[in-house]
Write a protein that binds this ligand. Structure first.
Ligand code: F6P
Length: 390
């Protein structure tokens, strides 16, 4: 007797800022969910519906009018065959917050999930996207999360898609700056993204060998930066690369914000610290100092090998959670292994750099000590720093 096969529909979307790694993850969700051999083993035939433009698409879609706005894209393995080679997100994304108290669209969102007949929903994104996923899980939706953000500030996962590619961009761009900085004996201040977390600046700065790294978790003294530069010059340095996170601030100062207003999740757009710092260093040292803001270059370009591989693992693991009906969880990378954590454990807080164990406040740079005398990593017996975001 022929085995009967259940049919189930999975929705897939990407939310928040784009970055490299989203397309690889989507490719592997589709390939794993629709793998013919696995379908027979599971006794379930999955259909994967891509939802364009993140939560916006799921709010605006009109399931009963044949999706006239065009927010639904049925995906199949052939369509996604080459996706892992490309940056950005082929489904598009948005910063729409359906639970925004000023414009609550959660009722429509829940109705649309029901009307589209989604058995499960896989949401790829950072703190905001996982925050919405968490609310949906509480409302009874079968949600699975995949972590992505170049900021690497999601608790619950040691890795978030897009981070390594962004580090590669920082490293490559600084390599380029070095030749011109050296030729002119200039200082270059390089402003990175990262919002309130310093991971991108810190690990980007470590990767490119920056002279000074300034992070949001530790307010800096402009005078001290100038002193470090002058000391370096006395010791023979010809130029300096100073990496500053967009959320870093001088002692007693505020975060630098561009424009006005906040997005639908309440975030201000940060930026401007690089220019300010370059100007102050110029005044303080009389050395020609320029600023380069890397901005969205860090989110652009093809995924590096690591993001392709992690996108693959995260995509496969997300489907495993769906198959095992283990909902309300986000796939995660912990201590060198792919695993999963409850989504509610990754929202409400940001994972920040632990200044005590990860940062050298004397040199304004990465640490020069990693292990204690038992060979254990220092942070194993230090509290992880975290802030409430608001
Ligand atoms: O969260 C990712 C991120 O790139 C932050 O580092 C940055 O502050 C923000 O997004 C920029 O957002 P947008 O592309 O909406 O300006």
């Amino acid at each position: 007797m022929a085995k009967t096969m259940k049919k189930q529909r999975i929705g897939l979307l990407t939310g928040g800022g784009d970055c490299a790694g989203l397309n690889p993850a989507m490719k592997w969700v589709v390939k794993t969910a629709m793998d013919e051999r696995l379908q027979w083993e599971r006794g379930v035939q999955y259909e994967v519906l891509g939802i364009r433009d993140g939560w916006k698409g799921l709010v605006r879609v009109e399931p009963t009018s044949m999706d006239i706005p065009g927010y639904i894209v049925p995906l199949n393995p052939e369509m996604v065959r080459t996706w892992d080679r490309y940056g950005g997100t082929f489904l598009g994304t948005s910063r729409t917050n359906p639970y925004n108290p000023q414009n609550d669209q959660s009722k429509t969102l829940l109705e649309n999930i029901e009307r589209l007949g989604l058995h499960a929903l896989i949401a790829i994104g950072g703190e905001d996207t996982q925050g919405v996923a968490c609310q949906l899980a509480k409302a009874g939706v079968n949600v699975v999360g995949i972590p992505k953000t170049i900021d690497k500030d999601l608790p619950g996962s040691d890795y978030t898609l897009g981070f390594e590619t962004a580090l590669n961009v920082i490293t490559e761009e600084v390599d380029r700056l070095r030749t011109t900085a050296g030729s002119h004996k200039r200082i270059f201040v390089v402003e990175t993204m990262g919002r309130h977390a310093g991971w991108l600046a810190l690990e980007g700065g470590e990767s490119c060998g920056a002279f000074v790294i300034l992070i949001p978790e530790h307010d800096f003294s402009v005078q001290k930066v100038c002193d470090l530069v002058e000391e370096g010059r006395r010791e023979g340095a010809r130029y300096e690369i100073i990496v500053v996170a967009e959320g870093a601030k001088p002692e007693g100062g505020q975060e630098f914000v561009t424009g006005v207003g906040v997005d639908s999740f309440g975030h201000k757009t940060l930026g401007g610290i690089g220019d300010y710092l370059a100007q102050e260093i110029r005044k303080g040292t009389r050395i020609d100092t320029r600023c380069v803001v890397l901005s969205h270059l860090q989110r652009g370009g093809a995924p590096c090998a690591y993001d392709r591989r992690m996108g693959r693992y995260f995509g496969i693991a997300a489907v495993d959670l769906v198959v095992n009906e283990s909902f309300g969880r986000m796939v995660s990378y912990r201590n060198g292994r792919i695993t999963a954590v409850p989504i509610e454990e990754v929202v409400g807080e940001l994972k920040l750099v632990n200044v005590k164990t990860e940062y050298d406040t004397d040199r304004y740079n990465g640490r020069r000590s990693i292990l204690d005398h038992f060979g254990r990593r220092l942070e194993e017996h230090a509290d992880q720093a975290a802030i409430r975001h608001g």
